[in-house]
Structure formats: structure tokens, C-alpha cells
Design a protein around this ligand. Structure first.
Ligand code: FAD
Length: 395
């Protein structure tokens, strides 16, 4: 088949891009490695930045979020037996929305397909050719062993960190920046209401613990662990006991225990690829950069990239002018790096062992963390700077 823009990956980046192009009458198709049921049930992110909420609303993609999402304006840090409430929304007159990523994907897919959009599910892209010629070609396979060839003017690589697109760019034309923090998080999804409606970051001497409400009946929890820890080390009983201990402020935490439906170990690392484009191929979202989940930014960056790329493609197809396409990386990367910087700051706030310094002095780091939390509570300008990055204002 032949199209103007071929999008690889039906995650948040690929679907927002597809909808924005479709809205402007640009011909596009999406190819996706997994089945529709799989992508619609993949629970990952949940915190949507203010500017992404505005973007989804502006384009009419926010019905589900507006109906079922919950605005958030305060988060809570816990350290040394004290609570630090940070009403970040008040500092910048903006709020987050909590609305799970799989619901966003469901909403976007439903909208795109109901408007006549084409998604080839269970069709992994296996080869990309012709990036240096007039038309590029993506080869996909399917479970029936049939081959689908998509010929297009441009390819949007929205296929996540393990996808094919990034590796189709010659290594001589890119630079990869990366950082390993030597920290792991056990990410847990439990079918229980959270003990408080706020996002909680607990800085405990046994390690970090986080409590992030997703819906009234589902909560995501995080527990710091070694980056190569085995799931077999984490029975449900041990998880609830560690959460109870690390989240407690006054000796106990009224955790509501219930079924744990998912657990996985995440390695805290960040990667940025520069530039995010090569000839007819443009990367968006996790395909171009990954970020630790500490500041809850990955999906937000992915949607922001999709918006920039959509504008550039729409401009090109209307006018034949490639200037915005050429500028794509230059527009996206400053935001990506500002977000990485915030995430790096946040990881040092949450973890006393996040420094690469060999002579890590945890007690020294712990005093710095306490000062940061006190300044967040007491110093308006400090709190405002945090709030701007945390809630995600236009940069
Ligand atoms: P993806 O969502 O990874 O989508 C890529 C798609 O491409 C997938 O559907 C994949 O199947 C498909 N694909 C891959 N290879 C191929 C191929 N060869 N051919 C065809 N299709 C292919 N971010 C936030 O903003 N806020 C949060 O609160 C947050 N919490 C998180 C919690 C956890 C536990 C995790 C793991 C992540 C979290 N993130 C968060 C990060 C966020 O989930 C990702 O950054 C986001 O999914 C990136 O979107 P994407 O569209 O770029 O890529």
C-alpha cells in the first residue's frame, strides 16, 4: 500500500500523531507489532502534564480523560517522620490529570479507527528501506506469514525504545547520550484504592517507596530495589510489609491491601538520541529518548514530540516547504533535555545513592534532601520552579 506518512507503533506518540494528521486530511497508516487487545491493556503511565491535557482538549481527544480522569494539584513527600505537602498547582495555577495510559490508548485508537483510520495490528515492522530515496518502504510481517509493504513519503518511528526505527539510523549519523543511576524500582500494580488521594514520595532509610493512585480501585506502587533484582525475591507479603514500613510516617500506614496484578523491575536510566531524525525517518517518544519514571514524564514527552512532528508534516504537505521538518530535532530536544534535567534533580531528591561519585556519603545526601524538601515548603521561588517542571508548563 502507499501513503503519505507511515507510523510505526500504536502507543501514545504514534496515535496522537495519527489523529493530528487525520484531522488535517493527511493520508497515514499505523503498523503495530502487538494485537489491539494487548496495546489497549498495557498499564504504564498515569500522570498527564497540564500542557498535554490542554493539547488533548484543544484537538478534541480528551473526552475520556475529562469524564474519568482526576485533576491533581498537591503531592506529598515523606522524610524523617515528617510529611511535606507541596501544593504545586497553587504556585503555577495549573494541574495534572491522573488517567491511566491504557485508557488514553483506548480512547485515541477508538477515535482514529471510528474516523476511518487504518491500523495494522500484529504487523511488526521488520525492515526499513529507501530512506535516502524519494519514497521509503516499510516491510511488515504478520502471524499468517503474509508480508505487508507500506510505501510512503515519510516514516514516523513511534515504536518505543526496543523498536526497529532507531536502529535503522546509521550510527555514524547520531550520538547517543545515556546515564545509568544504578538504582532499580519494583513497579507494582494493585487492585486497591490508595490510602490517600495524593501522589506520595516516601524517602525512607530502607529506600524509596511511592504511592500513585491510578483509578479509585487501582494504585501503582514503587519500591526501590537493586537494578538487577529478581521478582522471585518479592512475594506479595514482602511487598505489603515493605510498603507499610517505608510509607509510614507516624509508625503506621493505613495501606489497603489487595490483589497485586503486576510487578516488574525497572532500571533507572535515561537515554537521548541526537538528532531525532534521519532523511525520511523521524523518531518520536521512547524511540528517541527514554527517561526514568521518577518525574512521570515519558508519555508526556512522547505526545509533545508527536505534536511537533504533526505540525511539521502538515506544513510540508500543505506547502511543500521542508523547513519545519528540518527543524524537528531542534524544536524537540531543548524540551527533552530540560525534562531530563528535572528528572535528574528529582532522582537525587528521592534517592540518597543516585550520585555517580564513588565516595557516596548517604548521610550527607540525606541532609541535602531534607534541605530541598524544606525549601520546597518554605521558599516560594524554589517551589515555583519545581511546580513548573513537575506540572509541565509550555517551555
Ligand atoms: P510506547 O508506548 O512504547 O509505544 C510503542 C509501540 O510501538 C508499542 O505499541 C509497540 O508494541 C510498538 N512497536 C515496537 N516495535 C515495533 C515494530 N517493530 N513494528 C511495529 N510496532 C512496534 N510516563 C509518563 O509520562 N507518566 C507516567 O506516570 C509514567 N509512568 C510509567 C510507569 C511505568 C511502570 C513505565 C514502564 C513507564 C511509565 N511512563 C510514564 C513512561 C511511558 O509509559 C512511556 O514513555 C510511553 O509509553 C512512551 O510512548 P511511546 O508512544 O513513545 O512508546
Amino acid at each position: 500500500i502507499s501513503t503519505q506518512a507511515a507510523i510505526v507503533g500504536a502507543g501514545p506518540a504514534g496515535l496522537v500523531l495519527a489523529l493530528l494528521l487525520q484531522k488535517e486530511g493527511i493520508d497515514c497508516v499505523v503498523v503495530e507489532r502487538q494485537s489491539r487487545a494487548y496495546v489497549e491493556s498495557r498499564a504504564r503511565a498515569g500522570l498527564i502534564e497540564h500542557q498535554i491535557v490542554e493539547l488533548l482538549r484543544k484537538h478534541g481527544f480528551s473526552e475520556g480523560m475529562d469524564l474519568n480522569g482526576v485533576p491533581h494539584t498537591t503531592c506529598e513527600f515523606r522524610h524523617g517522620g515528617r510529611r511535606y505537602m507541596i501544593p504545586y498547582g497553587d504556585h503555577v495555577h495549573a494541574s495534572h490529570f491522573v488517567y491511566p495510559q491504557q485508557f488514553i490508548v483506548q480512547d485515541l485508537l477508538q477515535l482514529f479507527i471510528s474516523r476511518g483510520g487504518i491500523v495494522f495490528f500484529s504487523h511488526p515492522a521488520v525492515k526499513i528501506e529507501g530512506l535516502e530515496s524519494d519514497r521509503a518502504v516499510i516491510t511488515c510481517t504478520s502471524s499468517e506469514n503474509s508480508v505487508l509493504k507500506v510505501e510512503c513519503d515519510f516514516i514516523a518511528g513511534c515504536d518505543g525504545f526496543q523498536g526497529l526505527c532507531r536502529s535503522s539510523i546509521p550510527s555514524t549519523d547520531t550520538k547517543i547520550f545515556s546515564k545509568q543511576y544504578g538504582i532499580g524500582w519494583l513497579a507494582i500494580l494493585a487492585e486497591v484504592p490508595s490510602s490517600t488521594k495524593k501522589l506520595v514520595y516516601a524517602l525512607h532509610k530502607s529506600g524509596f517507596a511511592g504511592q500513585m493512585p491510578r483509578t479509585s480501585q487501582i494504585t501503582r506502587y514503587y519500591l526501590e530495589c537493586p537494578p538487577n533484582d529478581q521478582l522471585s525475591n518479592w512475594s506479595d507479603d514482602r511487598i505489603w510489609s515493605e510498603l507499610g514500613k517505608r510509607l509510614a510516617v507516624d509508625g503506621d500506614e493505613n495501606l489497603i491491601q489487595g490483589p497485586i496484578v503486576e510487578k516488574r523491575v525497572l532500571n533507572m536510566r535515561s537515554v537521548v538520541m541526537e538528532p531525532m531524525q534521519y532523511k525520511r525517518l523521524f523518531l518520536a517518544g521512547d524511540a528517541a529518548h527514554i527517561i526514568t519514571p521518577v518525574g512521570a514524564k515519558g508519555m508526556n514527552l512522547a505526545i509533545s514530540d508527536a505534536d511537533v512532528l504533526a505540525n511539521a508534516l502538515i506544513h510540508y504537505f500543505r506547502s511543500g516547504d521542508e523547513v519545519l521538518l528540518r527543524e524537528y530535532s531542534h524544536v524537540c530536544l531543548p524540551r527533552v533535555w530540560k525534562t531530563q534535567e528535572f528528572s535528574d534533580w528529582m532522582i537525587r531528591l528521592i534517592h540518597s545513592n543516585a550520585d555517580s561519585d564513588q565516595n557516596k556519603d548517604k548521610d550527607f545526601s540525606d541532609r541535602l534532601r531534607q534541605v530541598r524538601l524544606e525549601r520546597l515548603q518554605q521558599t516560594d521561588t524554589y517551589a515555583k520552579l519545581f511546580a513548573e517542571s513537575y506540572v509541565g508548563l509550555k517551555q
